[in-house]
Design a protein around this ligand. Structure first.
Ligand SMILES: Cc1ncc(COP(=O)(O)O)c(C=O)c1O
Length: 231
């Protein structure tokens, strides 16, 4: 409750500001209060998503979409998608969806983003999933990395690799919507902290100081990006 209530400042601000922003863009918005058609946020432990979702819960026409780290793929065994591939269990004192083995031991997780690399999720998301009020989807490491580059190039905003998962899903969903529909995407953090990881994974030569030349930040094989994704 503490995390949700403190984080929900951002959701309250969105609820108040979206009608004016949509009007400025000449978009009708969705519902009596002119809100977006969907709110999209990445889900690690669940705090940024809970904060932006919470004030929107009573606005039933607004879809709430949480994006988990699908890592190398939801069926690869290398991901951190607790809500989509976990089962009910207890972790850090709360009962929620947990990535665990048949003996109840927590399993290894993987994500390109450190902040999503977590085997559980705040229990209010478990309730939102079970009640059907929110949907949870997965975005892979490669999709998140492409979205990272895309936002840098097109908007001059360096998103955190965690937030890049939400952007990647927005990029998938947007072409399925009508031009007058709108999406609200939560940028949970900035990506300055991720530049070394992104450079390594994108095959770029990056080092913070000359003595670090040749050292990789994250020991991982480069991800093969779609041709044209990075220019
Ligand atoms: C920038 C950023 N976004 C998202 C997350 C994921 O956490 P949560 O799902 O609790 O918001 C983290 C976690 O460290 C983070 O650093």
């Amino acid at each position: 409750m503490m995390v949700r209530d403190f984080q929900s400042v951002i959701g309250e601000e969105c609820l108040r500001q979206m009608p004016e922003m949509l009007a400025d863009l000449g978009l009708p918005g969705n519902g009596a209060q002119a809100q977006p058609d969907a709110v999209i946020a990445c889900v690690g432990g669940g705090s940024n998503a809970m904060g932006i979702f919470y004030p929107y819960i009573p606005h039933e026409r607004v879809r709430l979409i949480g994006v988990e780290a699908a890592g190398s793929g939801l069926d690869s065994g290398r991901h951190a998608a607790s809500l989509q591939r976990g089962v009910p269990g207890v972790l850090h004192g709360n009962r929620t969806y947990v990535l665990q083995n048949a003996d109840g031991q927590i399993t290894e997780t993987h994500s390109v983003s450190a902040g999503l690399d977590y085997p559980g999720v705040g229990p209010e998301h478990a309730w939102l999933k079970d009640s059907g009020r929110a949907e949870y989807v997965g975005v892979t490491d490669a999709e998140a990395l492409e979205a990272f580059h895309r936002l840098c190039r097109t908007e001059g905003i360096i998103p955190a690799l965690e937030s890049s998962h939400a952007i990647a899903y927005a990029m998938k969903l947007a072409p399925t919507l009508r031009p007058d529909q709108s999406l609200l995407v939560n940028l949970s953090g900035r990506g300055d902290k991720d530049i070394g990881t992104v450079a390594d994974l994108s095959g770029a030569d990056f080092y913070c100081r000359p003595s670090c030349r040749g050292q990789s930040v994250k020991t991982a094989a480069p991800i093969h990006l779609t041709p044209g994704a990075v220019q």
